[in-house]
Write a protein that binds this ligand. Structure first.
Ligand code: RP5
Length: 182
């Protein structure tokens, strides 16, 4: 998936089965107005393609890699091993270990080859996009402004939830306000 402008972020994933989770990342990148490209490759099933793709994307101007993978998830590390761009790893939820295997595989990189690891599953996929935006915003003031607006909207949403709770219309539908007496 690519937009009109040259992509700044590459969203890579190990399989099409990761895409429902990584769509959260794509949606957040879209909301923040960051052009990106999405590709599937695999550290284990297509190691040569993975190396060639990471090198080609960096040569084309990609600034940040966001890499989602599950199980014995080595894709983010494989990308980090050949690129000098920041790599953000997203552990997929699933398998017998519910994503703990992917989390450990991605976060436990050896010294010299960092991967910035976010939380398991969809929250991590969203946060990866925000973290990529924060890295890009260091040299893009307009993006800083969009991130500031995003944070303000986040704060407003908490206020709205607090008001809804007080009015008895919280997410569980059964709120009785903030104060309860025995
Ligand atoms: C990993 O294996 C992928 O990132 C995916 O999370 C997992 C399962 O892949 P499929 O068997 O669904 O293709 O490499």
């Amino acid at each position: 998936m690519a937009h009109g402008e040259r992509p700044l972020v590459a969203v890579l994933m190990g399989s099409d089965s990761d895409h429902p989770t990584m769509r959260e990342c794509e949606t957040m990148l879209d909301e923040l107005g960051i052009p990106f490209v999405t590709r599937i490759t695999s550290a284990h099933r297509a190691p040569k393609k993975t190396t060639a793709l990471a090198e080609a994307l960096e040569a084309e101007g990609i600034q940040v890699f966001i890499v989602g993978a599950g199980l014995a998830a080595h894709l983010a590390g494989a990308v980090a091993s050949v690129s000098t761009r920041p790599v953000i790893g997203v552990p997929m939820e699933g398998g017998s270990l519910r994503g703990l295997d992917a989390l450990y595989s991605i976060v436990q990189m050896p010294s010299g080859v960092p991967v910035a690891t976010v939380s398991i599953g969809k929250p991590g996929a969203r946060n990866a996009a925000i973290l990529a935006a924060e890295i890009l915003a260091l040299s893009r003031p307009e993006l800083s402004g969009r991130l500031r607006a995003f944070k303000e909207a986040l704060e407003r949403s908490v206020e709205e939830k607090d008001r809804d709770l007080a009015a008895g219309a919280g997410a569980d539908g059964g709120g009785t306000g903030r104060e309860r007496t025995a």
